[in-house]
Write a protein that binds this ligand. Structure first.
Ligand code: FMN
Length: 185
């Protein structure tokens, strides 16, 4: 698949099959992710690959956090929360390094990690996989960060949900660049 086709036809695919993905395939996705540009070559991206039991553990951490913050929620809400990471066989949490020297800017690290995420989504699409970038409150949850090995001041910019697609959907039409662009000739 050429790069134009991958970019035009990639779309979020939330419904994927539960079957596992081979480890080599996940490694290939990560290898393609880290080809992204990054200023000062700091490689600011951090990946935590959750499969199998790892997703259950994340679900437990999320649920414990939710129970603490919202003890009044009904049991069904906690069950739903617990099952959240099970929506795909592979969930990759993407964190960003906090800069350790003044010339490195956090926003540029976030940009580089986001570029790595897009690389990964395009690669997943080119491999016939379905994937979806999610964040939500869990990306900012201190207990989730701790479980994933991130510092509390580190950003989690994505939970990339990946699996074999349930069905191949038509790519959505996307608005033009025109109303978002000015030309200074
Ligand atoms: C930083 C970021 C965070 C996102 N978080 C969520 C999310 O929490 N839940 C969700 O359903 N989609 C999330 N998305 C996916 C977008 O909703 C999706 O990309 C958008 O609807 C465009 O659809 P497309 O990916 O098919 O082009 C996120 C996308 C980005 C870039």
């Amino acid at each position: 698949m050429d790069v134009f086709e991958a970019i035009y036809n990639r779309h979020s695919q939330g419904k994927v099959k539960p079957g596992p993905l081979p480890r080599e395939l996940i490694e290939k996705l990560l290898d393609l992710a880290v080809q992204a540009p990054n200023h000062y070559k700091v490689r600011p991206w951090r990946f935590v690959v959750l499969t199998g039991e790892g997703r259950n553990k994340l679900g437990e951490v999320m649920t414990a956090s939710q129970q603490k913050r919202h003890p009044d929620f009904p049991a069904e809400a906690f069950d739903k929360c617990r099952a959240t990471p099970l929506r795909a066989p592979v969930v990759i949490a993407v964190g960003v390094d906090v800069p350790s020297e003044p010339k490195v800017l956090e926003i540029e690290n976030v940009c580089a990690a986001a570029a790595a995420c897009e690389n990964l989504l395009l690669a997943a699409h080119a491999m016939g996989l379905g994937a979806k970038w999610r964040t939500g409150e869990w990306a900012r949850d201190a207990k989730v960060k701790e479980f994933l090995g991130f510092e509390v001041d580190q950003h989690i910019i994505a939970f990339l949900y990946i699996g074999y697609p349930e069905f191949v959907a038509e790519p959505p039409p996307r608005p033009s660049f025109e109303d978002r662009t000015v030309w200074l000739g």
